[in-house]
Ligand binder design. Sequence first.
Ligand SMILES: Nc1ncnc2c1ncn2[C@@H]1O[C@H](COP(=O)(O)OP(=O)(O)O)[C@@H](O)[C@H]1O
Ligand SMILES: [Mg+2]
Length: 403
Amino acid sequence: MGNKPFTVLCVTSYFKGHEFMKQCKKEGCRVVLLTSKSLENEEWPRESLDEIFYIPDKNKEWNMHDVIYGVSYIARRERLNRIVALDDFDVEKAAELREHLRIPGAGETTARYFRDKLAMRMKARECGIPVPAFVAILNYEEINEYLAENQPPYVLKPRLQASGIGIRKIASSADLWREVDSLGDQQSFYLLEQFKPGKVYHVDSIVHERGIRFAVASEYGETPMSVAHEGKVFSTRTMRRGTEREKALLELNARVLSELGLKEGVSHTEFIEGETPADFYFLETSMRVGGAHISDLIEQATGINLWREWAKIEVLRDEMTYEPPKAREDYAGLLVSLAKQEWPDMAAYNDPEVTWRLKKHHHAGLIVVSPSFERVESLMAEYVGRFRADFFASMPLPDKPAD
Ligand SMILES: Nc1ncnc2c1ncn2[C@@H]1O[C@H](COP(=O)(O)OP(=O)(O)O)[C@@H](O)[C@H]1O
Ligand SMILES: [Mg+2]
C-alpha cells in the first residue's frame, strides 16, 4: 500500500450512514462524502470525513450528468479506491460511477438485481427460487395472458421504490387496467404480481467472498403494507433459532444472495410465507443495511453492528482478512410508531428488557432484549397495544420516502 491513501467515496442522497463513515476512518481510509446539497446543514460525522461534495438536488433526486461530471472532477485529484452507496436509492448511481471510473465492486448488471424488483424477480424465477407469479407492465398481450392464468387479488408495484410507496392492491382486471391507464408513461416502471396474504420476514446478512458470514432472520408484526397503508404500529422481532421456519429462511436467503450475485457487503432481504408453514416466497432483496432501525434491532440481539461490519468489508486491502465478531444469541424486538406528542414520554415502558429508545421528533420507538424468546414475544404483544393507545398517530403515505 505504501503511503498512498485508500480512498472511499460514500454516496448517499439521504442523511444516514454515520457508523459506516466513522468505521472507514477508523480503518485508516481517506473518506469522501457525496451527498445532496439540501443536506448541507445536517450533522454529518465531519470529524471522520476528509472532504464533502454536494450535488444539487430536487427533493434528493440527482441528475446523473451532474454526478458523473462531479465525481470525475473529484477523481482528478483523489484516487478513488471504492465507491459505496449507503442508501437504496443510490445503489444504481454508485454502480454507474464504478462502471464509468472502472472501480471494483458491483457493476450495473449486479446492482440491478438488488434494486429493480422486476430484475430480481426474473432472475430468481430463472434460478428456481419461489416467487409470486408476476408480469412486467409492458406488453399488453402478456398482461392479458397473465390475468387469465392468475386469480386476483394482485399487487401493482413500482420497480424502483421503497418503504411500501406506490404499491397498490388490485382486486380485478378492470381495476388493473384503470390503474395502468392512469400511470401513462410511467407504466413500464411497474410490475404486477399475485398478492400473497402471509406474514412477512426479513433476513439481514453480512457477505464476504460470496459466502454468508452472519445472518439473522426476523419476523415483522403487521406486514409492512398494513403499516404503510392502514396505519399500524411497525414492529419486528428476531425469530426463534433452530426452528424449521428459521432454517428454511436462512437457506433460501443464502440461495437468493448467491444466485443474484452478491460478492461482498450486507443485505436486507424479505420473504412472504406461503400457504403452508416454512414455505416461503422471495419478496425482495437489497445490497444495503435495512432501514427503520433494523440495524439497531440486530445490534441489540447480537452485538453486531451491520454498518460497521460493512465498512470493514468494503475497505479490505490485499494484506487484510475479515472475520465478523462473535455474535451474542439473544432475542430482540423493535417497535416504532408515529407519535401524536412532539417528544413522547416512554418512561412507563420501564421493563429491564428495554435496552434502546428512539429519540426522534413525533416518534416513539424502543427495543426489548432477552435471552428468552417467550419473554420478547410477550413483551412485544403487550407493548404494541400500549403504543397504539399511548402514542399512535397516522399520516398519509408520502409519495417519496422521508428521511
Ligand atoms: N406479492 C405480494 N403479496 C402480498 N403482499 C405484498 C406483495 N408484494 C408486496 N407486498 C406487501 O408490500 C410491502 C412492500 O413491498 P416490497 O416488495 O417489500 O417493497 P418495498 O418494501 O421496497 O416498498 C411488503 O412488505 C408486503 O407487506
Ligand atoms: Mg420491502
